[in-house]
Unconditional design. Structure first.
Lengths: 645, 491, 465, 104, 173
């Protein structure tokens, strides 16, 4: 069994950093806050590596199968006997891998931020938020209970909100953080209802029990669940779809991706951490976590997952080809790559060779974390140097930023899938899985793969080649010193070498070992396409020319649509502003003030009106009073003599 | 544990407030509020201790005195988990209310007197086991509210105060009728525990239930009888709003549950669907209406309508989990909304505006207040780790237990509000605290003073405490809720 | 003879007081300032004596009857009169005819005592007149004011008219039953149409004095026109005595017609509450406001009376005790304000709180009690009335009553609002409050708070019979 | 025509009663209103005497009642006239329509 | 059969009702008073006819000698002579007539339908001595208490009248 204390420390150290810096940051360590947080993160990362080592190599597997284990769990909130939210640590291959990824990337970002964020006023707050984010993400990956996932899922959302909005006095940052939160929140609604459905069907919230109950054919729960359906779709499928919607929101899948490009308003290291390496893969992780349910109980939904992933991958790739803000290009590339992971899950089956997609997705998640973080951090160095995000303002930086240049190139090669860099291996497995299961998706993936290579090198050449960058300001600080270079180098090593890890030995859909091998003949086509993409990019962007403009003009409409992100943002704005805000919201507010409140006030007005109407009764004439008197007597007498005996 | 001390202590405080002069007043009120909190905590401890020791009586620490012999009316007090939680809530909010009013200058003595009276009413209400006494304490709180709004309020205060008093009075009129109906059908007794043992014919229950539920519903701002809420809150002084939303609206919810649902289970079954529809409407409609508000207080008032809808939804679902959730929501919303109003008050004291559009960038000048605003906003939109999440999730899970399309639809509609909530909360929080500083004068503002910090931290601590470790509160509430729902289930 | 002394003790004391005052008046030369305290003390003594040496029994062949309950009712009336002597001291001292005022008032009180003790329709009628005619004269005591004369005129004419109707009813009762004695009438009643007619005639006179809709129209005008002291006497003492005797008459004398008068009471109670409240809603003059509010209160009393049970009796007596305190306090403050600041309109009360905290709180307390809001006694009073009335299971009836409490709260709050909330550039200056007035208000305030919370009082009333 | 008896007298008294009432409703002069009221009271007296005579001759209740009514009527009239005269002094009119300041 | 007694009765009835009717309708105030007087005397006549001499005497003494005189004095005090009484609005008259008619019809119908237990009315007529004894009797059938009450009432009325009617001239300040 893994050591509970160590796992707890991995999770709690970032939380401690958050609390320490959040509550006392300003007064205790205004300057040194970053160092403290980084040290804590370092410990956490080391412990994570240690745990991984222990899990994979010391406890090992029994009969080649890595088992899930829950070293610690408490009942956090009991709903009724049998259903409760439990908080615990679920240790299995994917959570251990994620532990490593999250802590490692987070550590890199911490270190990098020491340099990048130097001179920012609210440094302790920044590191506190990083700590909070890391804590949430770790809680998410270790969750033993689907509700625990949801809890940390939300916390991840809020820390991303805080980090995107870190430059809170920039209106665009404020808008972006709101957008990110609300869009993912919308998706979370689906997740929540999905959880409710699952909990009702399985009568538990613990992953292991839940999966066990819902995947065992003939179990009571499955039978019961089968009796419920809505609109012709079984309850379980609804649950799975809704949970996937939650994942799609976090993972920026089409059409819930609109927040991701805007989220680049946050500090660049944050983008690296959250929007490249960790948070956005939460959706993938969630599907992977519930993979048996998807694969066994609701294979139809898995198809949807696959298609959503594929569509997202290609749409994002197309858009990425036209964007000029380097962070946005990277953002769309992230979306595209996550689409890869998603459809890899979608084209997988449960168990054995058929589960290759699953392994590939996790593998790609791992490698992608390395090179995407590297890309973002590299972009950060560039932005740090240029103080601008726009590709057009850059060029020829390979001399000024040599280390950045090299590492960035490695990352580009990795993402483009050029052997022997990490991306090649993982992407190869994904393509293989797609090829085996769904040819349509395979072809989409191939095209996307080519496009990936193209837009990455478009980015690379625009930054580091082309017309040399003019030095506008006197103040230059090169590559930002050791703290900024170190993460680049470490990540570059990862991006270059991670592909050689025999991932199938550790992570498979059913826990048993999976041997994967690279087939040269199969790899020719994708690698060729990638090289073609690189070549076109070289032709268009290596030297400053009007070729890009001409190409853009020649495909006209498509280019424009892609440049405007296929107008998806506009559709959203229409729905939210016009329909929800101005339509329903204003209607509700008006209805409340005018109709509901109006009715209440009307009661008062009516009473007063009646009161005014009958005032003539009190005429001041004593004879009139006597007349009423007599009339009263007569009426009463008649009533009680003749009518109401 | 003598429960009467919960009534006597505020009474003593109120009298002392009247007797002392000038600057002493607020210190006396403060001391009183602290003692109340201590008492409430002591009650909680003693209660848990008793339960842990295996005392399984439905109500603990009972005391009974016959007051009006001929009509069989007496003071009967006792607490279960629900009451304990509500008493704690009351003491917390009232202490915070005293603190945020520290700088009040107009008629200080009267202000604190009325505030203490309000707390007194709430304590009495929550510990009463006699309908008559319960009603007495419920009514006690109406006039202090009226005066607090009318004298220390802002804006259209007279109108709002009037509306509040009249609508609440209307509610109590209905309660009164229902109460008398119970009295006559249940053997001339107002005692909740003995009424509960009386067999009340189903059609009588159907007749009486609407009176009681709607009556208490007015207090808890049940749609469509919520219109006193926006006006009342927006006009009330800060502490007044805190009390109104934090405690008074809970009186209604507690009454709905303890009186209407508990005593009339058949009636509850009969009308459950209507309650569910109304509260689902309230949740969504309140949320949408909130989205359009420009005044922070109106915003929080409408969001209260929406949030309180969760309580009523939970009650309407009639399952143990949902009812527990409803109670959690009552506690959570009480703390959260009190804090929200406190923050709005602090902002208003400084910027002299409550319009969202006129603020901006306050995080820079008022970091503490803004941070609290963030926290309360996150609580409102149901962020895990804060109390709102726990309550809403419990309601959802409980609501999901009843498996037919109607209950499902209502639950989903209610759940959908978490998105709308996120929209309006973020909009408000972001517009006030983020972005560039809108007004040059804001740059000279001073952040929260010690009393404000204390008040805010008190409530934040409670919110976070419940959010992080909801188990103890849920365990406190669940057995009591179970007794109520078991009656409905006919167990 | 001994029996006469104990049973008629209260009446005899009053008679002695009357003659004392008569001699004082004839003797002249005593200044109001000197006389008033003496009178106050005498009235206080009268009140205190009311608690001792009470017997039970009948005198004069059943024409006079007393019991512990009746003695208590008399005490309530004595208390009210004592409070009048305290609260309206300012006006009384200025009055040219103070001894006569007290003489007439005590005579009227004597009439009421005899009325609630009466065991015979003749005695009832005579004592009713004894309690009415002097008050009509009192209503005219602001001799120079036309409004006072007008009020008095309306009162004497209306009440004479009502006496006429009453007498016609009594004559028919006499014709149909051959007796005037309360004890003998029930045996002769069989619900024949003539008896019903006679009962309606008779009842209308009660309704008139209690100002039950539609027999109420005189009340507001007279209350407004009269000096406030007389308004207080009329709206509190006179109504209370009438309610007491109405209970006796309905519960004992017309018991066989119970089904008829129950329905009649329900009908009239609702009409009274609604109309009284609706009229009160629009009033600007505070006396007139209280006039209509007192009409609405009577509606509630009828609710209690309709129960026809011991609880009904107890709740009515209890409510009346509370009503004495509440209405007296309210009118007392109104009198002080009117006397010193000349303000009788609600608008004139704006900002009263600024300079006159004591008066404002007294008024507020009284108003809350009238509105039936806890912790004031009015809450308990109203609640017991409704509880008594609800015994028959007429929920809609109780609902109407309860809803009326909302309307009444509205106009009571108007006054509260004027006092506490409305801004006024020239609020009423500090009003020098005499000690007697202060004492009166303190007594009322204490009563308003304690009578409700101390359950013993209600329990005590329930033991009376 | 038949032998006059109880019902004849009752008819007279009832008619007189409502005549008085009619007068009370329609006369505008306060004194004449008072006169109408005297008619009302007298009709009642007539009732009492008739009942005493024809229905309950053994007792004297009706007789005494009538006697006391006469006394009371005198007192009532005296006070009423005093009030009317005072009103006249204040207002120089005893038209009832001129005395309606207090209303609504 | 018409005998003298019957004729006398009908004449008295005519006098009473006619006097009453004219009294409430004539527009001359003095005539109204005189008609009232006629009516009251008619009633006294009926009392005589019923052999209640004592009450008839009281009727004449108090009413004719007292109240009517009081009324006439008050007319002198308050009325400009010779003027006709002002007319009442027609609407009021119509409504009053209607109400009065309904009331009369209702009452008379009930009275006629009711069977009064008619006793033998030829018992010995009440003597003044009987009345006197009863008047001051304190036992069953005694009227001492009402007598005292009336005396108090008269006292109070006296005081009230004195205060109101004999007020000193208002000080002209």
């Amino acid at each position: 069994m893994p050591n509970v204390t160590i796992i707890a420390l991995i999770v709690l150290l970032p939380l401690a950093a958050f609390l320490l810096l959040g509550l006392f940051g300003k007064s205790l360590f205004n300057k040194g806050g970053g160092i403290v947080a980084t040290m804590m993160m370092l410990v956490s990362a080391v412990l994570a590596l240690y745990t991984a080592y222990q899990y994979f190599f010391v406890y090992g597997s029994t009969g080649g199968v890595y088992h899930q284990c829950i070293p610690w769990q408490i009942t956090w909130l009991q709903f009724y006997n049998g259903l409760s939210i439990n908080i615990g640590f679920l240790v299995d291959p994917i959570s251990v891998i994620m532990l490593v990824v999250v802590t490692f990337i987070s550590l890199m970002v911490h270190i990098y931020s020491l340099g990048y964020m130097k001179g920012e006023g609210r440094l302790p707050v920044y590191f506190a938020f990083l700590g909070l984010f890391t804590f949430s993400m770790l809680g998410l990956v270790l969750a033993s209970n689907i509700f625990q996932t949801y809890i940390f899922w939300e916390l991840v959302g809020v820390s991303s909100f805080l980090l995107i909005g870190f430059y809170y006095n920039r209106p665009s940052a404020v808008a972006a953080c709101k957008k990110a939160f609300i869009v993912t929140r919308f998706a979370d609604l689906g997740f929540l209802i999905g959880i409710l459905i699952f909990s009702f069907c399985a009568n538990t919230l613990d992953f292991s029990t839940l999966i066990q109950r819902l995947t065992a054919t003939g179990s009571n729960e499955v039978k019961t669940a089968a009796t419920y359906s809505f609109m012709g779709i079984s309850a379980l499928s609804w649950g799975a779809v809704l949970v996937f919607i939650g994942g799609a929101g976090k993972s920026a899948m089409f059409p819930l991706h609109i927040w991701l490009p805007d989220a680049m308003e946050g500090p660049t290291p944050v983008s690296a951490l959250i929007h490249a390496a960790t948070m956005v893969v939460a959706g993938v992780y969630l599907v992977a976590r519930l993979f048996p349910v998807f694969a066994i109980a609701t294979p139809g939904v898995l198809q949807i997952v696959g298609w959503v992933g594929a569509v997202s991958a290609i749409i994002a790739a197309v858009i990425a080809c036209t964007q000029t803000d380097i962070k946005r290009v990277l953002a769309y590339s992230t979306m595209s790559q996550i689409g890869f992971m998603m459809f890899a899950l979608g084209v997988s089956n449960y168990g054995g060779e058929q589960g290759l997609g699953y392994t590939a997705a996790m593998f790609h998640l791992f490698t992608h974390a390395m090179f995407k973080a590297l890309l973002f951090l590299g972009a950060g160095s560039v932005i740090h140097y240029v103080h601008n995000n726009d590709m057009a303002a850059m060029g020829g930086l390979r001399k000024q930023l040599p280390i950045t240049h090299i590492t960035f190139l490695i990352a580009c090669l990795a993402i483009a899938g050029i052997p022997p860099f990490a991306g090649f291996f993982s992407k190869e497995e994904i393509l293989l899985a797609a090829y085996q299961h769904n040819t349509a998706i395979y072809y989409i993936a191939l095209v996307t793969s080519g496009l990936t290579a193209f837009y990455m090198f478009r980015l690379y050449f625009s930054i580091f080649w082309g017309k040399p960058y003019e030095n506008h300001s006197a103040h230059r600080h090169g590559e930002g010193g050791f703290v900024m270079v170190l993460p680049l180098v470490l990540l570059a090593v990862g991006a270059a070498a991670a592909g050689f890890i025999p991932f199938g030995h550790f992570v498979t859909s059913d826990g048993s070992r999976l041997e994967s091998s690279v087939h040269v003949q199969f790899s020719l086509l994708p690698v060729g396409l990638a090289l073609a993409g690189i070549f076109i990019a070289t032709w268009m962007y290596k030297t400053d020319s009007d070729r890009p403009a001409r190409v853009a003009a020649s495909i006209g409409g498509l280019y424009k649509a892609a440049y405007h992100k296929f107008y998806i943002d506009e559709v959203y704005v229409f729905i939210t502003k016009k329909i929800l805000f101005n339509g329903i919201g204003k209607l509700a507010a008006w209805f409340d003030r005018s109709i509901v409140d109006g009715l209440v006030n009307l009661t008062g007005t009516c009473t007063v009106a009646i009161s005014r109407g009958i005032k003539k009764m009190q005429s001041g004439k004593v004879q009139g009073y006597a007349l009423y008197f007599l009339a009263g007597v007569i009426v009463l007498a008649t009533l009680f003599i003749y009518v109401w005996k | 544990m003598n429960l009467l001390s919960l009534i006597l202590l505020p009474l003593l405080t109120a009298v002392t407030v009247l007797l002392c002069r000038g600057g002493q007043v607020k210190w006396v009120a403060f001391a009183g509020a602290v003692l109340q909190l201590a008492l409430a905590v002591a009650l909680m401890v003693a209660y848990s201790h008793q339960r842990a020791a295996g005392n399984i009586a439905q109500m603990l620490f009972q005391q009974q005195y016959l007051l009006f012999r001929g009509v069989n009316i007496g003071l009967h007090v006792g607490v279960d988990g629900i009451s304990v939680a509500m008493v704690l809530l009351t003491s917390l909010v009232s202490l915070a209310g005293v603190l945020v009013s520290w700088k009040i200058e107009k008629m200080t003595k009267e202000f604190y007197f009325l505030l203490t009276l309000l707390a007194l009413g709430a304590y009495g209400f929550f510990i009463s086991l006699n309908l008559f006494v319960l009603f007495f304490f419920l009514e006690i709180s109406v006039i202090p509210k009226y005066l607090l709004i009318g004298i220390w309020g802002t804006g259209r205060k007279e109108y709002s105060a009037n509306k509040l008093a009249l609508m609440l009075m209307g509610g109590s009129a209905l309660i009164l009728v229902g109460m008398l109906g119970l009295y006559f059908t249940a053997g001339h007794s107002f005692d909740i525990l003995s009424i509960a043992n009386m067999p009340i014919p189903a059609n009588t229950q159907h007749l009486i239930f609407p009176f009681l539920f709607v009556g208490f519903g007015v207090f808890t701002a049940m749609f469509p009888l919520h219109t006193w809420v926006p006006d009342g809150h927006s006009s009330a002084p800060t502490a007044g709003s805190m009390f109104l939303a934090g405690i008074s609206m809970k009186l209604g919810g507690y009454g709905c549950l303890r009186v209407a649902v508990y005593l009339l289970p058949e009636g509850a079954k009969q009308y459950a669907n209507i309650i569910i529809v109304l509260s689902a409407i309230a949740i969504l409609y309140g949320a949408f209406a909130t989205m359009m508000q420009k005044d922070l207080k109106y915003m929080n008032a409408y969001s209260s309508v929406s949030h309180v809808g969760f309580s009523l939804l939970g009650i309407g679902m009639l399952t143990q989990t949902a009812v527990t959730g409803a109670l959690l929501q009552m506690v959570s919303h009480g703390l959260m909304t009190a804090l929200f109003f406190a923050v709005i008050g602090m902002l208003y004291d400084r910027t002299h505006t409550r319009m969202v559009g006129e603020m901006g960038g306050l995080l820079k000048v008022l970091p503490f207040i803004s941070t609290v605003l963030f926290i309360v906003g996150f609580c409102s939109l149901g962020l895990p780790g804060l109390s709102g999440f726990v309550a809403e999730m419990t309601v959802f899970v409980g609501a999901w237990q009843t498996d037919d399309i109607f209950h499902r639809a209502a639950t989903i509609a209610a759940a959908a509000s978490i998105v709308v909530t996120a929209v309006y909360i973020l909009r408000a929080v972001a517009q006030t605290t983020m972005g560039p500083v809108k007004n040059e004068q804001f740059l000279h503002l001073k952040d929260a003073a010690w009393y404000e910090r204390l008040a805010a931290m008190l409530l934040v601590a409670a919110i976070v405490g419940i959010g992080m470790a909801p188990g103890w509160l849920a365990d406190l509430l669940r057995p009591a809720a179970e007794i109520i729902t078991n009656r409905i289930a006919g167990k | 003879m001994n029996e006469l002394l104990t049973l008629m003790k209260s009446e005899l004391v009053l008679t002695v007081l009357i003659f004392l005052l008569l001699f004082v008046k004839i003797g002249r030369g005593v200044r109001n300032e000197a006389l008033l305290p003496i009178i106050q003390v005498l009235l206080l003594l009268n009140f205190i004596v009311g608690f001792f040496f009470n017997g039970e029994g009948s005198l004069f062949g059943g024409m006079f009857h007393t019991s512990s309950l009746i003695a208590f009712e008399k005490n309530i009336l004595s208390l009210a009169v004592y409070l009048i002597s305290l609260l309206f001291a300012g006006w009384l001292k200025k009055s040219q005819h103070m001894p006569e005022f007290f003489l007439l008032m005590i005579t009227a009180l004597l009439g009421m005592f005899l009325m609630i003790s009466s065991g015979n329709l003749l005695m009832f009628y005579l004592s009713l007149e004894l309690s009415t005619i002097p008050v009509a004269a009192m209503a005219n005591f602001d001799l120079d004011k036309k409004r006072s004369s007008e009020g008095a005129m309306k009162m004497i004419l209306s009440s004479a008219f009502s006496s006429g109707i009453l007498l016609f009813g009594i004559s028919l009762v006499y014709g149909a039953t051959g007796t005037l004695a309360f004890a003998e009438i029930p045996a002769q009643l069989n619900g024949s149409p003539l008896q019903v007619l006679a009962f309606v005639f008779l009842f209308s006179a009660f309704a008139f004095k209690l100002s039950v809709v539609p027999f109420h129209l005189w009340a507001a005008d007279v209350y407004e026109g009269s000096p406030i002291a007389v308004t207080a006497f009329l709206s509190v003492v006179s109504k209370a005595s009438m309610a007491f005797i109405l209970i006796t008459v309905l519960y004992q004398v017309f018991k066989p017609l119970q089904s008829i008068w129950y329905n009649m009471l329900v009908l009239l109670a609702m009409a009274t509450m609604v109309v009284g409240n609706l009229f009160a809603l629009r009033q600007q003059n505070i006396k007139r406001l209280f006039a209509f509010s007192s009409i609405a209160q009577v509606g509630f009393v009828l609710v209690g009376i309709s129960s026809n049970s011991t609880l009904g009796v107890a709740s009515v007596v209890y409510f009346m005790l509370i009503y004495v305190f509440s209405a007296m306090a309210a009118l007392g403050v109104a009198a002080v304000v009117s006397h010193h600041a000349g303000q009788e309109n609600i608008d004139g009360y704006k900002g009263l709180y600024k300079n006159n905290k004591f008066l404002s709180w007294a008024m507020a307390l009284a108003l809350f009690s009238l509105a039936g809001i806890p912790p004031t006694a009015g809450f308990f009073g109203k609640l017991f009335l409704l509880a008594a009335g609800g015994e028959r299971g007429a929920y809609w009836f109780i609902t109407v009553a309860a809803l009326n409490m909302i309307v009444s709260l509205y106009y009571y709050l108007r006054v509260v609002r004027a006092i506490f909330m409305d801004a006024n550039e020239k609020p009423i200056d500090i009003i020098p409050l005499g000690n007697t007035e202060r004492l009166g208000l303190v007594i009322c305030g204490a009563g308003i708070i304690l009578v409700g919370l101390a359950g013993g009082i209600f329990n005590f009333i329930q033991t009376l019979h | 025509m038949m032998q006059p008896g109880l019902y004849h007298i009752l008819f007279i008294s009832t008619a007189l009663f409502f005549m008085g009432v009619y007068g009370f409703f329609t006369r505008r002069n306060l004194v004449t209103m008072l006169m109408s009221l005297e008619l009302v009271l007298n009709s009642v007296n007539l009732n009492f005497i008739a009942f005493n005579k024809y229905v309950w001759p053994g007792k004297m209740d009706g007789l005494f009642f009538a006697l006391f009514i006469i006394a009371i009527a005198a007192a009532e009239a005296a006070v009423a006239i005093a009030i009317i005269i005072n009103l006249y002094r204040n207002h120089k009119s005893i038209d009832v329509n001129d005395a309606e300041d207090l209303k609504y | 059969m018409m005998n003298g007694s019957t004729i006398v009765f009908y004449l008295l009835a005519l006098q009473t009702l006619g006097g009453g009717l004219l009294s409430v309708t004539t527009r001359q105030i003095f005539r109204a008073a005189i008609y009232l007087l006629f009516s009251l005397i008619g009633i006294a006549g009926i009392y005589f006819w019923l052999q209640y001499q004592f009450i008839a005497a009281v009727q004449i003494v108090v009413y004719v000698g007292g109240i009517v005189v009081l009324i006439i004095f008050s007319i002198f005090l308050t009325q400009q002579t010779g003027e006709l009484l002002p007319k009442q609005r027609l609407g009021r008259k119509v409504f009053s007539a209607l109400a009065v008619f309904c009331g009369f019809a209702l009452t008379i119908v009930q009275i006629v339908q009711h069977k009064f237990t008619q006793a033998n009315s030829d018992l010995s007529p009440v003597t003044v001595a009987d009345i006197g004894k009863s008047m001051l009797g304190t036992n069953d059938g005694g009227y001492a208490l009402p007598f005292e009450v009336v005396s108090m009432l008269l006292l109070a009325a006296l005081v009230g009248c004195i205060v109101i009617a004999l007020r000193s001239k208002p000080e002209t300040t």
